[in-house]
Write a new protein. Structure first.
Length: 455
């Protein structure tokens, strides 16, 4: 069994109650047992802000967890993905020397930059949701229908022409377009005006029609839903809204394949499971899938979970800070380099699970993600090179800031990071925007301000 970072007794009782002051003013509460209010720590120096979720270890199996993780779902998703031509398990890479430098037992990176031909984990969710939708439309939802049968002349005639639609900054839309094309259907993908032309071309390469919206990602989500209803398209979204939850659940279930693979790979290293899970978030679908998977697998001995967002699009962090249990929008231009995380509205479905199960919410500036990209790409001698895009690298950057800055001591104590810790990170994407990747890794764009640098 995996030991909680808080110890078995702490897991039974809830977290240990204590309160400590920290440099920079204010208080950093450390796990106040029995309280349902969330507590925020904001340093005057701003690299990292965090909110602890004091209800995450209440010990109850939540309704959201029950809906997203029914019995047998991990086996079903893996069985489907294994049928995809070119499928292979993405690697789990150990950063042994960096872990030693940071006084950790291990840092493990699930490298989704090598997932199929799309350089992103998103294809797992989009493809599984399309598969589940087609089965339901055929009246075969209860069957494990072989993928090849969905493209047979008989079933294609029964299905008729279908246009799948999605809103995206790139990776999700590309996954939906890829799945639609592989299964003989068409797709329309909505993007916002700030989307990289390279990402748009990648979507179009799978035969999708791309429509550019003059607004943010959230505007694209709203518009694609309106247009789809008028034109008879089927929306495949990783975010939910009232009356639209089944497909986002399928998307989140599709992501389970990553974590099931990771568990097998950790077991091969003699590790039962991670003690800590750092996972990035946009609308929260990936974070909910990851945290829910481990909560379902290990119960209250699940790894300590940290949700990481850009400070320019920190809708989950702000929702946790308000502490009323409701998802809240984040205003502004959402102009972060972490394009895949530039979401101002949480998925209500994902939020419900995170509100019940996520231990800590973090927001951080763009230069934290940029540092993560450079550390992955220029590792310590002996550690593997990992090609990571902006959204993929933010968790490594956050981990390093937490462990190497003096003013994050209260957060280190809160998380109980130390020599026994086995930290799991998800590199969610590779080099999906080559020009900006070079700007960061080659030219030092979004450099860490001098006052926040460490030796």
């Amino acid at each position: 069994m995996v030991s909680s970072a808080y110890g078995n007794e702490g897991a039974k009782r809830g977290f240990v109650a204590s309160r400590r002051s920290f440099r920079g003013g204010g208080e950093c509460p450390v796990l106040l047992s029995g309280s349902l209010r969330n507590k925020e720590c904001v340093m005057r120096s701003r690299p990292i802000k965090w909110v602890e979720n004091l209800r995450a270890r209440a010990g109850e199996r939540t309704e959201a967890l029950h809906r997203i993780f029914p019995p047998g779902i991990a086996r079903l998703t893996r069985s489907f993905h294994r049928q995809i031509p070119g499928y292979r398990v993405s690697p789990l890479k150990g950063l042994d020397n960096l872990a030693a430098m940071l006084n950790l037992g291990g840092i493990w990176v699930k490298d989704e930059s090598l997932r199929l031909e799309l350089n992103s984990f998103k294809v797992l969710g989009g493809s599984f949701a399309v598969y589940q939708f087609l089965k339901k439309k055929l009246g075969m939802a209860h069957l494990e229908l072989p993928l090849k049968e969905l493209t047979s002349p008989v079933l294609m005639q029964k299905l008729g022409p279908i246009t799948f639609a999605a809103a995206t900054d790139g990776n999700h839309g590309r996954g939906v377009a890829w799945a639609a094309s592989r299964l003989g259907h068409t797709s329309v993908i909505y993007v916002h005006k700030g989307t990289s032309p390279v990402r748009i071309k990648a979507i179009e390469s799978y035969g999708a029609k791309v429509i550019i919206i003059d607004g943010t990602y959230d505007d694209a989500v709203r518009q694609v839903n309106v247009d789809a209803q008028e034109r008879g398209w089927q929306v495949i979204s990783d975010t939910s809204w009232e009356g639209y939850e089944e497909i986002p659940i399928w998307v989140m279930q599709g992501y389970i394949t990553m974590f099931a693979e990771a568990q097998e790979q950790l077991a091969a290293q003699g590790i039962v499971g991670p003690t800590h899970l750092f996972v990035q978030a946009g609308v929260g679908a990936l974070a909910a899938s990851a945290i829910g998977f481990y909560r379902e697998l290990f119960g209250m001995k699940a790894p300590v979970s940290v949700v990481v967002e850009p400070e320019k699009a920190a809708c989950l962090y702000e929702s946790a800070k308000k502490g009323d249990g409701e998802p809240h929008s984040f205003g502004g231009a959402l102009d972060t380099i972490m394009a895949g995380l530039a979401c101002g509205q949480p998925s209500p479905l994902a939020w419900r699970l995170l509100w019940d199960c996520a231990d800590v919410f973090i927001s951080c500036p763009d230069y934290v993600a940029a540092k993560g990209m450079r550390v992955y790409g220029i590792p310590l001698d002996g550690d593997p090179i990992i090609i990571s895009g902006e959204s993929g690298a933010v968790t490594l950057g956050a981990l390093m800031f937490i462990l190497r800055r003096k003013d994050t001591g209260p957060l280190r104590e809160l998380l109980r990071l130390g020599p026994q810790s086995q930290v799991l990170l998800i590199n969610t994407e590779g080099n999906t925007d080559p020009q900006h990747f070079r700007d960061v890794v080659w030219d030092g764009a979004d450099a860490v301000p001098e006052e926040y640098r460490t030796a």
